[in-house]
Design a protein around this ligand. Structure first.
Ligand code: BES
Ligand code: MN
Ligand code: ZN
Length: 511
């Protein structure tokens, strides 16, 4: 899909559908926003809008045919809500909803009015948010869409032209490039999560990472079983042992170009390096603590943390991220065989901590234990991990919300602010120190499960033991990595959650 910007009058341009933002005033669609169209349609629009009870609330849309009376063949009115609440999140959502409505109506060539700036946005930031919303909403996973479905050609949007306002060419172009890079990172993460486990095993993930590294000038190093034994990564090694597709620890390294790097605050202090760590279990059977039929159904997606990390890394160069970032993706397949690890086994992680395995299904925290230590040893000054870690996080917050744990309040606050900017919903959870009692080891230092109560918290406390004293944050994305139904942020399936939050955190100085 081609996305472009030009000055001019959007309502004078030919299009299959033209997106028109409509705000809410006193609980009704703002008449001022309808006026221009209403004149062209002889007062008919205001009547239709009133009859449909379209109020311009955020996320609502209304498609109206112009029946040859205007240059656009249809209008898609998209609600942006109250003017004082218009922000990046609202625009992304409103333009996502509008793009889906236009596509579903059969539109191929879309035109859009420039998104409103609300009280806090610059016109180019509003444009970037609109373009991001359109691209993310129209994502599709069609790798395996054969001719055998019999439902004919899919509806596709070929172009979206933003027209209007007075954004200088260079700024508009830059805004559209940013939006494209962010959306491509999200799409990569979604593709990886949607990909089945017979295709995406740990080595295949490493191969995807090599491609990303080559395309955006990142350093990459992939450790296999023997390398992992050599560095003493006994936890990820144990998890991966039951599979014919051996584990991989994927290290990526991004360093900003000299002209983009943020200045070091005080001479003599170590430069900031953000360590991103992702759980990448390409399939989780549970191992000998085997999952039920129901529990195993979606477990090709148990690599969404690693996918989010790779999606993020893929966009840093294009976004000219000013911060150094080291990524560690902990890839393994949790399977059963004569070689597989068992309940009762005692493992030694990279930092020498011994772990008693109570459940082979609590494998995510095991691979992350080695990944966190590896990231710390490589020189990270702060650690952020992402993982589809616990069913308990889904029970606590429901689907669609990420559980955030952090050892450091300023880090947590900045991450929550970044999440809020993008609309990825996150909620901070407590690290209740007393619960460490539940994961105290009997024969080893620590157990890998702490029982049912507070399951997301004890999992986080387990990880904290491997954060090597660094400021550390943990996103449990078990409930947010997939969505059961589509919406303005994309179709059902993988959400790519985490990519937009991390990119906002790493690239927006205010976040
Ligand atoms: N991958 C699962 C967690 C999960 C559950 C992700 C549902 C997405 C949706 C994880 O490896 C797991 O099995 N966790 C166990 C931990 C328990 C054995 C302590 C769980 O949550 O039941
Ligand atoms: Mn598991
Ligand atoms: Zn898992």
């Amino acid at each position: 899909m081609n996305v472009s910007y030009a000055t001019g009058d959007p309502l004078a341009e030919a299009a299959d559908a033209t997106i028109v933002p409509v705000g809410t005033v006193d609980g009704k669609a703002d008449p001022a926003h309808l006026a221009a169209v209403d004149r062209a349609l002889a007062g008919e629009l205001a009547r239709l809008v009133a009859e449909a009870r379209f109020t311009g609330s955020l996320g609502s849309t209304m498609a109206v045919s112009t029946l040859g009376h205007m240059a656009p063949r249809r209008l898609v009115l998209t609600g942006v809500g109250a003017a004082d609440a218009v922000d990046r999140r609202a625009i992304t959502r409103a333009w996502g909803a509008a793009a889906v409505a236009a596509r579903d109506a059969g539109a191929s060539a879309i035109v859009s009015s420039p998104p409103p700036t609300g009280t806090a946005l610059t016109p180019d930031a509003a444009l970037a948010a609109g373009a991001e919303g359109v691209r993310i909403a129209l994502y599709r996973f069609d790798t395996y869409r054969g001719a055998g479905r019999g439902d004919g050609p899919t509806k596709e949007v070929a172009s979206c032209r933003f027209i209007g306002g007075t954004i200088p060419d260079g700024e508009a172009a830059r805004a559209l490039i940013l939006a494209e890079a962010i959306a491509a990172g999200v799409a990569l993460a979604r593709d990886l999560v949607n990909e089945p486990a017979n295709v995406l095993n740990p080595e295949a993930m490493a191969e995807r990472a090599r491609r990303v590294a080559a395309a955006s000038n990142l350093e990459i190093e992939v450790l296999g079983v023997e390398d992992l034994a050599e560095i003493g990564a006994g936890a990820i090694t144990a998890v991966g042992r039951g599979s014919a597709n051996g584990p991989r620890l994927i290290r990526l390294r991004y360093r900003p170009n000299a002209e983009d790097a943020e200045p070091v605050a005080n001479a003599g202090t170590a430069a900031r390096v953000v360590g991103l760590v992702g759980k990448c279990i390409t399939f989780d059977t549970g191992g000998y603590s085997i999952k039920t039929y129901e529990g195993m159904l979606e477990m090709k997606g148990d690599m969404a943390g690693g996918a989010a990390v790779l999606g993020t890394m893929s966009a840093l160069r294009a976004l000219r991220c000013p911060v150094a970032v080291d990524a560690t993706i902990c890839a393994a397949e949790n399977m059963i065989s004569g070689e597989a690890f068992r309940p009762g086994d005692v493992l030694t992680a990279m930092n020498g901590v011994t772990i008693e395995v109570l459940s082979t299904d609590a494998e995510g925290r095991l691979v992350l234990a080695d990944g966190l230590v590896d990231a710390a040893r490589r020189g990270a000054t702060e650690l952020i991990d992402l993982a589809t870690l616990t069913g308990a996080a889904v029970v606590a917050l429901g689907e669609g919300t990420t559980a955030l744990f952090a050892s450091d309040d300023p880090l947590a606050d900045r991450l929550l602010r970044a999440a809020a900017l993008t609309g990825e919903r996150a909620w901070r959870m407590p690290l209740i120190e007393e619960l460490n009692e539940k994961i105290k080891g009997d024969v080893g230092d620590i157990k890998n499960t702490g029982g049912r109560g507070g399951g997301a918290i004890t999992a986080a406390l387990f990880l904290q033991r491997f954060s090597e004293g660094l400021p550390w944050a943990h996103f449990d994305i078990a409930g947010s990595a997939r969505s059961a139904k589509g919406g303005p942020a994309g179709p059902k399936g993988a959400t790519g959650v985490g990519v937009r939050t991390l990119l906002a955190y790493l690239t927006q100085p205010s976040a």
